[in-house]
Design a protein around this ligand. Structure first.
Ligand SMILES: O=C(O)C1=C[C@@H](OP(=O)(O)O)[C@@H](O)[C@H](O)C1
Ligand SMILES: C=C(OP(=O)(O)O)C(=O)O
Length: 430
């Protein structure tokens, strides 16, 4: 299904931010790894979080859910002997469960999105699992992937953090359950380092003890630990909200978003600082963000690795800023649902933006006068490309037709409902 985004000068209203995808996937996982019954309040509902629900159920977790909460009775360190798992297009879910599959005899992760997740590399995790005796069969580092665990015992592990932090997070979820103690050393750089803070926070909440160095490059993990069954509350989602806030920033607006904690460990919280640096009028108090956009934005320079999943929304805002913006240290955007540098900038150019790419940088020459629009956008299976191009479409001169915009459901199924509620001219079309 496509979405037609028609220029919209004004946005107004109040919304509850959706629930965090990254916390939901983590809480679902640690609840599954516990032996008792955990409760998660306000879990996210999206394709990625549903993928984690489906897979932990397949692995033996017992799940009950109502409108407010989900209760999960976990399988501890003894997942069911399942032959196949389908993670949809969810990278984090795949990587976390590739590690957990080391507790099972023989699991194959199927390839349902050959053009998206099917192209993403997992070599660094495959290599790390090999170091603790896990046998992995793969298609040149990509899906389909078969994990034969059983023999995994723990020990010294080196893992590269160059491509994704998810490989390290995956090992941090697995190693406490192994027979032997483990020591994990991160090689090279650690990309998206902030997200590892969310992993450690959730592990601590689940009663797991991990000794982490201050730079997050070394870990000592005792084996034979037990995940405790707990009660968790999912906070609001900054990456998805970043797109709504960017939409408010590029229009004449008065938009309020609730449930966005000031002291959240989500790096994408930086959307607030970046919009402030761009001189967008906003306030952020007691979890409530209010943007009163006047359509005027100033260019910005920002280390995008600190807020990986909000960079596309920030770039969309910069398209209309006065001056040249630069988002640096963003190379790992190339290994996401699509190449979020080359593919994304191609779509922005089609819409009329003036953008340049470097291997690890996005440069935006702002056009405060607006962009032309009037074209069809290829979504590249990427929810964040869809949301960012929607922001651009609101301030284009002609409508943008975003092809296959239903992929927004990977993280934010009600994104267009939310924008509509604020007065945006967005319509689903066949
Ligand atoms: O651990 C996680 O839940 C995530 C880590 C990040 O990925 P990378 O570490 O690959 O950048 C982020 O982009 C992704 O959306 C979710
Ligand atoms: C990249 C993302 O997710 P994942 O890596 O889990 O597919 C995302 O949500 O933007």
């Amino acid at each position: 299904m496509d979405v037609l985004v028609t220029p919209t000068p004004k946005l107004q209203g109040e919304l509850q931010a959706l629930s965090s995808k990254n916390y939901t996937t983590r809480y679902l996982l640690v609840a599954a790894l516990a032996e008792g019954t955990s409760t998660i309040y306000y879990p996210a509902h999206s394709e990625d979080s549903d993928a984690m629900r489906r897979c932990i159920r397949d692995l033996g977790a017992v799940i009950e859910e109502d409108d407010e909460k989900i209760t999960i009775t976990g399988f501890g360190r003894n997942p069911k002997d399942v032959k196949e798992l389908d993670v949809g297009n969810a990278g984090a879910v795949l990587r976390f469960l590739m590690a957990i599959a080391a507790l099972a005899p023989d699991v194959t992760f199927i390839n349902r999105y050959p053009e998206s997740l099917g192209k993403r590399p997992h070599d660094d995790l495959i290599d790390a699992l090999g170091q603790i005796g896990v046998d992995v069969t793969h298609n040149d580092g990509k899906l389909p992937i078969t994990i034969r665990g059983g023999a995994a015992k723990g020990g010294k592990i080196q893992v590269s953090g160059n491509v994704s932090s998810q490989f390290l997070s995956a090992l941090l979820f697995l190693t406490p359950l192994l027979e032997d103690d483990s020591e994990i050393e991160v090689l090279h750089d650690l990309k998206s380092k902030v997200v590892v803070g969310q992993t450690l926070e959730v592990l601590t909440q689940a009663g797991i003890v991990i000794e982490a160095s201050d730079d997050l490059m070394h870990y000592k993990v005792a084996g034979r630990q037990k995940y405790e069954a707990k009660k968790y509350v999912v906070q609001g989602d900054y990456p998805g909200s970043a797109a709504v806030l960017a939409a408010a920033a590029v229009t004449q607006s008065d938009v309020t978003l609730h449930r966005l904690e000031e002291n959240s460990k989500q790096g994408e919280r930086a959307i607030i600082d970046v919009l402030r640096m761009m001189e967008v009028p906003l306030t952020h108090e007691i979890g409530i963000v209010r943007v009163q956009g006047n359509g005027k934005l100033k260019a910005v320079e920002f280390d995008g690795d600190k807020a990986t999943d909000a960079v596309l929304a920030m770039v969309a805002a910069a398209v209309f800023a006065e001056g040249t913006s630069r988002f640096y240290d963003v190379e790992n955007l190339r290994y996401k649902e699509c190449d979020r540098i080359t593919d994304y900038l191609n779509e922005l150019r089609k819409a009329g933006a003036n953008v340049e790419e470097r291997q690890s940088e996005i440069i935006v020459h702002g056009r405060p006068e607006g962009v032309e629009g009037g074209v069809e956008i290829n979504a590249h299976y990427d929810h964040r490309v869809i949301m960012a191009l929607t922001v651009v479409g609101l301030r284009a001169k002609q409508p943008l037709r975003i092809r296959d915009a239903h992929h927004v459901a990977k993280s934010y199924p009600i994104f267009f409902d939310h924008l509509k509620a604020l007065g945006a001219n967005v319509e689903w079309i066949e």
